[in-house]
Design a protein around this ligand. Structure first.
Ligand SMILES: *[C@@H]1O[C@H](CO)[C@@H](O)[C@H](O)[C@H]1NC(C)=O
Ligand SMILES: *[C@@H]1O[C@H](CO)[C@@H](O)[C@H](O)[C@H]1NC(C)=O
Ligand SMILES: *[C@@H]1O[C@H](CO)[C@@H](O)[C@H](O)[C@H]1NC(C)=O
Length: 388
């Protein structure tokens, strides 16, 4: 009896070391600027996974639902032209397929799908997730026809995110990896490309040594309840990457805290699902008017000649006393190629509707300027500024 018990203890103690693994997924950025009710950005970070065909997926910190186009989509003439050029999943070619058949639909960015749930092994960077539930999309329609074809989204949501237009409610790929203890350690880090065709990566199960070598700041993740009403902001909040934020200020502007705001009044959400940095209205006005004397409120979301980076100030994100990230214009301005004007630099600040003036959304404009490392065992995120 004693022997058995000791054996069991040993066995479990060894298990995580033996079973855990790591993976590195290369990420590429694709940005398209197009006119639709004014200028819009399509800015995606794409990686790949395999099942058994390789699928190209957007790597998305806020997203949960797993989906792929089904080979069955070719049978419907209405949807066939839309899924033609995508990699497709054919369940009859898989020995590990389990049907579920629950009818589902979802909306992801400009993509609208419907189909049914299936389960199969999902392979991400050589790591196998067993019985991952996903929507096998038999209907597929996307508004970004000229964008790089994305077959799916690889969700990195820590918690089940609340996506208003979707009812598939599958676990995120990350959630499955954590629940199945696929990773050596429940950690991942993201380095997002700042330009198209620049390569970067998602590290699963370990922190690359470059991150550890950089002087990083460490922030505790806080439990944040999203507002009841379904909105873009509540979707980002629901994925589970919120921290406290004291202030955002323009470096070296006289009177750094003009409104004399109390510290710790904001909650900041990390996401790369959103291109900009969304601020509460009052803070947005303050930052926008201080950013550059020649930029008025009309320039909200506007693009600039990239040579203006020399004149623009740094922006200081103060999470708590002495815990700051300073982004230079080279970090926070997104480079975008414009058909008419050539290379342009897009201003990072925007406004997302919110009832209480407390939410800051640190979207891609912020995330692309830092190395972010998420430690879900200790509930904290480390940020280090990338310097070229
Ligand atoms: C799936 O693959 C099988 C075997 O190659 C093929 O017969 C079948 O038509 C495919 N299914 C669909 C929906 O394309
Ligand atoms: C399909 O998946 C749903 C959601 O996980 C589950 O509740 C249901 O029991 C499953 N149905 C079958 C037939 O496996
Ligand atoms: C999802 O929505 C579709 C279309 O409205 C519906 O047919 C389907 O039953 C819903 N599925 C679930 C799981 O609620």
């Amino acid at each position: 009896m004693m022997f058995n018990e000791e054996y069991l203890v040993l066995f479990f103690a060894l298990l995580p070391v033996c079973s855990g693994a790591t993976a590195t997924i290369p990420i590429k950025r694709t940005t398209i600027r197009f006119k639709f009710d004014g200028w819009q950005l399509y800015n995606k970070h794409a990686g790949a996974f395999q099942q058994p065909e390789p699928f190209t997926a957007s790597i998305d910190l806020s997203w949960s639902d797993m989906f792929v186009p089904s080979a069955e989509c070719l049978q419907d003439p209405a949807t066939a032209p839309h899924c033609q050029r995508h990699n497709k999943y054919n369940s009859s070619l898989s020995t590990t397929y389990h049907p579920n058949k629950t009818v589902t639909k979802l909306m992801y960015e400009g993509l609208s799908t419907s189909g049914h749930l299936s389960q199969d092994v999902l392979r991400v960077g050589g790591l196998d997730i067993l019985d991952q539930q996903f929507e096998e999309a038999t209907f597929w329609r996307t508004m970004y026809l000229n964008a790089a074809p994305l077959d799916s989204a690889l969700g990195l949501a820590r918690l089940q995110s609340r996506t208003p237009e979707s009812n598939a409610s599958t676990k995120s790929a990350l959630r499955s990896m954590l629940d199945q203890k696929v990773l050596s350690r429940p950690v991942f880090s993201l380095r997002l490309p700042r330009r198209d065709h620049e390569s970067s990566d998602l590290a699963l199960g370990y922190f690359p040594s470059e991150v550890l070598a950089q002087s990083a700041i460490i922030l505790p993740l806080i439990e944040a309840t999203p507002p009841k009403e379904l909105s873009q902001v509540s979707y980002y909040i629901s994925s589970g990457y919120t921290v406290e934020l004291e202030s955002i200020t323009i470096q070296s502007s006289p009177g750094n805290n003009p409104s004399g705001r109390e510290p710790s009044t904001y909650k900041a959400v990390f996401t790369n699902s959103y291109d900009y940095i969304s601020l509460p209205g009052t803070l947005l006005t303050e930052i926008q008017t201080n950013l550059h004397p020649n930029l008025g409120m009309d320039d909200l979301l506007a693009d600039l000649d990239c040579s203006m980076r020399d004149e623009l100030p740094n922006i200081v994100f103060s999470f708590s006393k002495d815990v700051v990230i300073v982004l230079t214009p080279w970090d926070y301005l997104m480079e975008v190629r414009d058909i008419e004007k050539g290379m342009r630099c897009v201003l990072p600040f925007a406004y997302l509707q919110q009832a209480d003036d407390e939410w800051v959304v640190l979207g891609s404009a912020f995330m692309q300027g830092v190395y972010s490392a998420f430690d879900l065992e200790n509930g904290e995120v480390s940020l280090a500024v990338l310097r070229e």
